[in-house]
Design a binder for this molecule. Structure first.
Ligand code: 9G3
Length: 584
C-alpha cells in the first residue's frame, strides 16, 4: 500500500507566476505545479509529483503492451555507429542525431530510435519461421537534437518513448500485430482520458508506407488534421485532397493584361472570379535538375510531400533559379514554358476545360487555356494540402479541421531494415527470407503533457484519476494543534486503508496558499478539515474536475470512500468509465 505523501517534507516547489519562456498550458502548469524543471534547452527533470504521473502513464502503456503478447526488454541508449552505417542512416541524419566518441575514439550515437539496434539484436538468433511473430518493446529514453526545442515536453531533446518492434514471416501476420497495436493505442489514450483521433499519416523518411498517428486534440498541437463524422480522419500532410475547382466561362485562349498582379488573391479579385476558378503554378526541378511545373487549384496549397511522390527528387525552385529558367514568379503558366519543361497537374483539374493561369509574362495572364489544345499535361496527381471544408474521400461530406499532438504512431516497415541489415529467417521450405517488420511508438513524456493540455483550467491541472500523482489530498486548515491536524492524519489513514493514494498538506501555510496549491497541482479530490466543520462532525469535499463542494459527516467517510473505491476499481480494471460520483 503506497505511503501517505506529507507535503511538509515533499519537494514540490510551486510557482505563483507563469515562467517567462513557457507559452502553452502544459509547459506553464507543469513548471508552476513543481512537477518539472528545465535543466537545459529541451532537457527536463521530473520532480517527485511529475515522476509519479510519468510512472503511472508508463504502467498503463506496459499493461496494454503486455496484453498484446509483446515482451518487454531494455535496449541501451548508447548505440554503436556501426549499426547505423550498416542501415545507411548514419549519413541520412544530420545534427539531429546526437553523436559522440568514446575514449577509444569509437563512434556512438544517443539513440533517437532503435530499429537498427533491435534488428542487429535478433538477426543471429531469431532464425526460424517457427519463432515468428515476435514483438519486443522497451520504455526508454530517446535523444533527438531538435533544432528548436519548445513547448516543454512536447518537443524536447531527451524524452521517454515506448518503442515496440515486431518480426513476421508474412504481411498478414504484420497486419494482425499492427491492428492489435492500434487497438492497444486507442485503449492507452482512453485510459489516459485523452480525446484522440487515429489519422492516416505520411511515413516520411523511415520507409514503409502504411502508418497511423494517434493525435490528442489540442489547439496547441503542432499537427493539423481533418476529420469527418463518418470516422475518416487524416494528417493534412498526407490526407487525400479532393478540391472542387470551377471553370471560368471563357473558352478561347485570351491573354489579358494584369499589371502588378502576382498572387492568386490579387488575380481572383482583379478578374472578379472565385479563387477556385484560378490555377496556381509552382515551379521546381526533378532529380535530374529538369524543370517541372506543378499546377493546383488557386484555392489550395501544394503539398510538398505529395509533390515528391509525384516527381522523383522534387525541389521547389528559388527565385534565382526561376529567373535562370526565364520564369516570371506570379504569372507562370503551362503555355509558353521553356522546351522540355514537364507539366504535372492536380487530378481535380482534369475536370476544368479552360484554365485562368499565368501567361509566363510579367503582368499578363491567360483566360481559356485548354489542356490538350493549348498545352500538354504530362501527368495528373493528388498534389494539394487537404483542408477543412474539402470533401471527405470516404463519404463526400465536408471535412472538419483540428489541431493535434501526435502522442503515438504505428508503422508498417516492411523489409527496409531486415534487407539493409541482412536479418533473415528460414521459412518452412528452408529458404532465407528477410523479416517483415513493424514498429510502434508511444511518446510517454509527450502523453503526460498532452493530458495536461486537455485537462486544465485557470487554477491549474485537473488530473484524470488514472494518472493523478495521488487520488486525494487531505488539507488540515490548522497544523500542530490537537484537534484538526490529528483528525486530518486519521482521515488520511482511513483513505489509505481504503486503497486510495493520499497526500496531506501538513505545511504550516495559510488556507489560501493550500487551496491554491491543491488546485494548481490538481489532486482529483480535496478533503478539507477545519475546526468549525469538525465542531459539527463534518469535513468538506471538493472535486477538482467540477469544482463541486459538499459536506460529509466524518463518520460517514469510510463507507463513502468504500463506495468511491469500488467505482474507482471498476475504472482501473481497464474499463474506461470516466469516474462519476466522488471524484468527478
Ligand atoms: C533519427 C533521428 C530522428 C528520427 C529518426 C531517426 C523519427 C527516426 C522515425 C521513427 C519511427 C519509429 C520506432 C518507434 C516509433 C517511431 N525521428 N524517426 O527514425 F536518426 Cl535523429 O522513430 N521508430
Amino acid at each position: 500500500m503506497p505511503g501517505i505523501l506529507h507535503l511538509k517534507n515533499l519537494y514540490v516547489p510551486t510557482l505563483k507566476e507563469d515562467p517567462a519562456d513557457a507559452d502553452i498550458a502544459s509547459h506553464k502548469l507543469l513548471l508552476r505545479a513543481g512537477m518539472l524543471r528545465k535543466t537545459a534547452s529541451g532537457v527536463y527533470t521530473f520532480l517527485p509529483l511529475g515522476f509519479r504521473v510519468l510512472k503511472k502513464i508508463e504502467e498503463i502503456v506496459r499493461e496494454e503492451m503486455d496484453a498484446t503478447g509483446a515482451y518487454e526488454i531494455m535496449m541501451p541508449a548508447l548505440q554503436p555507429s556501426e549499426l547505423w552505417l550498416e542501415s545507411g542512416r548514419w549519413d541520412d541524419y544530420g545534427p539531429e542525431l546526437m553523436r559522440l566518441s568514446d575514449r577509444h575514439e569509437r563512434g556512438f550515437c544517443l539513440g533517437p530510435t532503435h530499429e537498427e539496434l533491435i534488428t542487429s539484436l535478433v538477426r543471429d538468433e531469431l532464425r526460424s519461421y517457427k519463432q515468428l511473430p515476435l514483438t519486443l518493446y522497451q520504455i526508454q529514453v530517446k535523444f533527438r537534437d531538435e533544432i528548436r526545442p519548445r513547448f516543454g515536453l512536447l518537443r524536447s531533446r531527451e524524452f521517454i518513448m515506448k518503442d515496440a518492434y515486431s518480426f513476421h514471416d508474412s504481411q498478414a501476420s504484420l497486419q494482425e500485430t499492427y491492428d492489435a497495436m492500434s487497438d492497444a493505442y486507442g485503449r492507452i489514450c482512453d485510459r489516459c482520458a485523452l480525446e484522440w483521433r487515429a489519422v492516416e499519416a505520411d511515413s516520411g523518411q523511415i520507409g514503409g508506407k502504411v502508418t497511423t498517428e494517434f493525435m490528442a486534440l489540442a489547439e496547441s498541437g503542432e499537427a493539423e488534421l481533418v476529420y469527418c463524422d463518418c470516422g475518416y480522419s487524416a494528417n493534412t500532410e498526407a490526407g487525400e485532397c479532393i478540391p472542387h475547382p470551377t471553370a471560368h466561362d471563357v473558352a478561347e485562349l485570351k491573354k489579358v493584361s494584369t499589371p502588378g498582379i502576382h498572387t492568386i488573391e490579387e488575380l481572383a479579385e482583379f478578374l472578379g472570379i472565385p479563387e477556385t476558378s484560378t490555377v496556381k503554378a509552382l515551379s521546381g526541378k526533378d532529380a535530374d535538375g529538369g524543370l517541372v511545373v506543378l499546377f493546383v487549384p488557386g484555392s489550395h496549397e501544394l503539398n510538398e510531400i505529395k509533390a515528391c511522390r509525384a516527381v522523383e527528387g522534387f525541389e521547389l525552385l528559388s527565385d534565382d533559379e526561376m529567373e535562370a529558367f526565364g520564369l516570371h514568379k506570379g504569372s507562370m503558366g503551362p503555355v509558353g514554358l521553356p522546351d522540355g519543361a514537364r507539366v504535372i497537374a492536380d487530378a481535380s483539374l482534369k475536370g476544368v476545360p479552360h484554365w485562368v493561369v499565368g501567361a509566363n509574362e510579367e503582368g499578363a495572364h491567360y483566360l481559356g487555356a485548354a489542356p490538350g489544345r493549348d498545352f500538354t499535361v504530362d501527368g495528373w496527381a493528388d498534389l494539394c494540402v487537404v483542408k477543412p471544408g474539402d470533401s471527405c474521400p470516404e463519404c463526400g461530406c465536408s471535412l472538419k479541421g483540428a489541431r493535434g499532438i501526435e502522442v503515438s504512431q504505428v508503422f508498417q516497415l516492411g523489409t527496409k531494415y531486415s534487407e539493409s541489415m541482412r536479418a533473415t529467417y528460414l521459412d518452412k521450405d528452408g529458404k532465407e527470407k528477410p523479416f517483415i517488420m513493424g514498429c510502434y511508438g508511444v511518446g510517454v513524456s509527450r502523453t503526460l503533457a498532452a493530458i495536461v493540455e486537455q485537462h486544465n483550467d485557470a487554477d491549474g491541472i485537473k488530473w484524470p484519476l488514472a494518472v493523478a500523482p495521488a487520488h486525494v489530498c487531505v488539507i488540515p486548515l490548522v497544523v500542530g494543534d490537537d484537534v484538526v491536524h490529528p483528525k486530518a492524519e486519521e482521515i488520511a489513514r482511513a483513505c489509505q486503508q481504503m486503497g486510495f493514494e493520499v497526500a496531506i498538506d501538513d505545511r504550516d501555510e495559510r488556507a489560501g496558499v493550500k487551496f491554491a496549491d491543491a488546485d494548481l497541482i490538481g489532486w482529483p479530490l480535496q478533503i478539507i478539515v477545519g475546526k468549525r466543520g469538525l465542531a459539527e462532525g463534518k469535513v468538506e469535499l471538493k472535486r477538482r474536475r467540477t469544482g463541486e463542494r459538499s459536506e460529509f459527516l466524518v463518520d460517514a467517510l469510510p463507507e463513502m470512500l468504500a463506495f468511491a473505491n469500488r467505482k474507482m476499481m471498476d475504472m482501473h480494471k481497464g474499463g474506461v468509465t470516466i469516474f462519476s460520483g466522488l471524484f468527478d
